[in-house]
Design a protein around this ligand. Structure first.
Ligand SMILES: [Zn+2]
Length: 202
């Protein structure tokens, strides 16, 4: 909060509304010294006085704190820009996560295939073959759980019946039959089962 700016703003609005410092002070039941202190940025109006002061100066509390009149249009535009920006950031992050999912899946599959190939074609005792295959499955299973976790949280699933977009629970994603990233799940809104597509924006 810029006290000097607020002070200048109060002085400017007071003059525009046609009050002297004394007149404004009288209307608020305070001394003109107090008004002078606000206007020179030496003190802020008491919070109990703020609503009455704003009413006299035809401004909002928001204007008072900002030290300027905030146009409603600007206000709306600024908050809309912020929301769009935030949605875009999430979309980009989700996109990266989903690419990471593919990479994790490919790497884990390669490890598994490598271990199985090794166990199948290289001469070794049977216990070692079994150990190799098990060792190949461990990173594979961990990677799959991680990948499903990414798929569950990145973006949304869109119900094919009603178009509702939602983030399902890990459990329902894990047990849902799927083709690629499209999964057959129950919609939390219309409670119908459908093949739900992965979408990035809400
Ligand atoms: Zn639905």
């Amino acid at each position: 909060m810029d006290q000097m700016k607020i002070g200048r703003f109060i002085a400017e609005r007071r003059k525009q509304c046609g009050y002297t410092q004394v007149q404004l002070a009288e209307k608020l039941n305070i001394t003109d010294r107090a008004v002078s202190k606000w206007e020179t940025g030496r003190s802020m109006p008491d919070s109990a006085l703020m609503p009455a002061l704003c009413e006299l100066l035809h401004i909002t509390l928001n204007d008072l704190f900002n030290g300027e009149v905030i146009e409603m249009e600007d206000y709306k535009k600024k908050s809309e820009e912020l929301i769009i920006e935030m949605a875009k950031q999430k979309e980009d992050a989700d996109k990266k996560l989903l690419s990471l999912e593919i990479l994790i899946g490919v790497l884990a599959s390669l490890v598994l295939i490598g271990m199985i190939a090794l166990a199948s074609f290289v001469n070794m005792p049977d216990w070692l073959r079994i150990c190799l295959i098990v060792a190949g499955f461990v990173p594979f299973i961990i990677a799959m759980i991680y990948a499903i976790k990414i798929e569950q949280t990145a973006g949304y699933y869109e119900c094919a019946e009603c178009g509702h977009k939602h983030v399902p629970s890990f459990r329902s994603v894990l047990f849902a039959p799927h083709v690629g990233r499209t999964r057959r799940m129950t919609c939390p809104k219309c409670h119908r089962k459908s093949w739900q597509k992965k979408v990035l924006n809400k």
